[in-house]
Design a protein around this ligand. Structure first.
Ligand SMILES: [Zn+2]
Length: 264
């Protein structure tokens, strides 16, 4: 009995560690919504979001976010959706992914970022919410399968319009579990590294937001409400980055500066 107890501690610890490592890389978590259904839901949400938040209509800005997004996708674990990246006119610091591989960036976030690597950090985090399909998984948990399915089928247009803005767009109330946030960070670091971006861009941007106003003022509050930036979270990301072998990262910032200039 004594021996068994003595063994249980370390074994349990090993089990927890193994479970943790698996869940961080497991992007195929249980989801009752199919890939095709999620694409359909994303298309419907996008129509509503873009009624509420106006996309920036500048081909150069579009070409640039497409380029950064595409580069990041080369480092993602899976690309099951046709990813779409859009910049929307909104001076608050925010970015969000809706189901089906659609990622939105506010002009306010582009202005707050100091370089392409910081922008890539935020995009890598959002891309991985889509890669691991956190949106449909969380919605199914919160609202139930039948409601999400009714949105997919177009049976509930009022609810669809309401939830699009409430969860992802204007109000941005979608709050992922801590587990999902940690996974998006973990995979975000990996995606950046594989795509040739310095993953420190993610933590440096997080730290900058924290320093700006501690997450209490309106301008960055939305990002904080959907992605709480605790010091524990930042330390966890830094610890992951420290494990990576050194490599040469992208450092050319001429294009980023040009694009930022166009937003003024
Ligand atoms: Zn997040």
């Amino acid at each position: 009995m004594k021996l068994a107890k003595w063994l249980l501690g370390p074994l349990a610890a090993l089990g927890i560690l193994a479970g943790c490592a698996t869940s961080m890389t497991d992007i195929k978590g249980f989801n009752m919504i199919s890939i095709e259904q999620e694409k359909e839901l994303g298309n419907k949400f996008a129509v509503e979001i873009e009624k509420q938040q106006q996309p920036v209509n500048d081909p150069e800005v579009q070409r640039y976010v497409d380029k950064v997004g595409k580069r990041l996708l080369s480092g993602a674990r899976a690309v099951e959706f046709d990813y779409v990246f859009k910049v929307v006119k909104d001076d608050s610091v925010n970015a969000f992914a809706i189901p089906g591989g659609r990622v939105y960036v506010h002009t306010g976030l582009l202005k707050a970022a100091d370089n392409e690597t910081e922008l890539a950090g935020v995009l890598a985090h959002e891309i991985n919410h889509a890669v691991a399909r956190h949106g449909t998984r969380q919605m199914t948990q919160e609202y139930g399968y039948s409601l999400v399915l009714s949105l997919v089928l177009g049976d509930n247009p009022n609810m669809l319009a309401q939830l699009a803005g409430q969860l992802f767009g204007k109000a941005g109330m979608m709050s992922y579990s801590r587990e999902y946030e940690n996974q998006a960070d973990f995979l975000g670091v990996e995606t950046m590294y594989k795509a040739g971006y310095n993953p420190n861009g993610l933590t440096s941007f997080f730290q900058k937001l924290n320093a700006m106003d501690g997450g209490t003022q309106s301008n960055v509050a939305r990002f904080f409400s959907t992605h709480p930036l605790t010091s524990e979270r930042i330390q966890r990301v830094q610890a992951e980055i420290a494990k990576l072998p050194p490599q040469r990262y992208l450092t050319d910032e001429t294009e980023f500066k040009k694009i930022k200039g166009r937003l003024k």
